[in-house]
Design a protein around this ligand. Structure first.
Ligand SMILES: Nc1ncnc2c1ncn2[C@@H]1O[C@H](COP(=O)(O)OP(=O)(O)OP(=O)(O)O)[C@@H](O)[C@H]1O
Length: 308
């Protein structure tokens, strides 16, 4: 029988996580024909360690139930593994960037039904130093501010808490000296933020990187180098309308490898959580993980005949 592991953060999803768990277990077992093992997280890195076990025991499927933090920890269990199970996602966080990018319904009940879908996408992941990320890395003082947005604030304000916190930080006008080396050159200068995105959804803004496809084998990179960009508040408009990359104060490039260094201590934010300080080295891992997506998500994708 096929083996599935559910990795669930019981503290996510406004106390309803365990209720959804029963439904996920049921659908995987009765409709998708899996033997199901359930692992509840109690602390940081539990999800990574459970996922490492699933790889080593050659599970067919891992389902992450929780927010972007739980998903980030889960995918980190795939790092350097020979066998990587398929991934199912039930989004219970406040932002759920990766689920948005994969067109997985943000309503948990609907997301649960996608677990019976026969459609898969082989999506890119990327490495940052000794960890993986699925969505975005940001470096600079603004990135540090994003890490300090509390879950409480995110719940209250949704994705806009990210922007509000960012705007507050930008008023203090802090820039960091950055050296950014990529496939086709080097950029050197002072900037409040550098962003490398794998998907089109960053901080709940689905238009930040409108050209980013989850399987295009590219890091979509933005260097915001002029604070006037934010002071005139055009950033919000640009973000919402998806033309950030066309703005005169923003440098945009795509790359497969990027190194970012600084002469000062500079913090990063990785998939919405505090990440390592600079220097960072990023490189893309094309089509690294097979994700279950809704039947209607991308008609170009082929159904997996083994599941039919
Ligand atoms: N049982 C638990 N109780 C509290 N925290 C936990 C538990 N299990 C894991 N965690 C930690 O909680 C972090 C955040 O979890 P997760 O992203 O699932 O929820 P969230 O904070 O509600 O989501 P979002 O950040 O999108 O609002 C995880 O990275 C993990 O380290």
């Amino acid at each position: 029988m096929k083996q599935a592991m559910i990795i669930i953060n019981p503290s996510s999803g406004k106390e309803l996580a365990l209720e959804y768990l029963r439904k996920v277990e049921d659908i995987l077992h009765t409709e998708a024909g899996y033997d199901v093992v359930v692992n509840e997280t109690t602390k940081e890195l539990d999800a990574t360690n459970f996922c490492i076990d699933a790889c080593k025991q050659e599970f067919d499927l891992v389902v992450s139930i929780g927010g972007d933090g739980t998903l980030h920890e889960t995918i980190n269990g795939l790092l350097d593994q020979k066998h990587r199970p398929k991934l199912g996602i039930i989004p219970l966080g406040t932002v759920n960037d990766f689920a948005r990018a994969m067109h997985i319904p943000l309503d948990p009940e609907e997301a649960i039904h996608t677990l019976t879908s026969t459609r898969r996408r082989h999506v890119d992941m990327a490495r940052i130093n000794d960890q993986l990320f699925a969505n975005v890395v940001a470096a600079g003082s603004l990135a540090d501010a994003l890490s300090s947005v509390s879950s409480e604030e995110k719940s209250k304000l949704g994705a806009f808490a990210y922007f509000k916190e960012g705007a507050k930080e930008l008023l203090s006008s802090s820039k960091s000296p950055l050296v950014i080396t990529h496939d086709s050159g080097t950029w050197e200068g002072d900037a409040p933020i550098f962003i490398a995105a794998l998907t089109n959804s960053v901080g709940g803004f689905e238009n930040l990187a409108p050209d980013a496809e989850v399987d295009d084998g590219l890091l979509h990179c933005f260097i915001v180098h002029d604070l006037n960009f934010f002071n005139t508040l055009t950033a919000g408009v640009s973000l919402l309308f998806g033309n950030l990359k066309g703005h005169k104060d923003v440098e945009y490039f795509t790359a497969t490898q990027v190194t970012v260094t600084s002469t000062e201590p500079v913090k990063t934010n990785v998939d919405g959580e505090a990440g390592p300080e600079l220097p960072i080295k990023l490189h893309i891992l094309p089509s690294h993980v097979e994700v279950i997506v809704p039947e209607e998500a991308d008609p170009a994708e082929q159904a997996d005949p083994a599941e039919e």
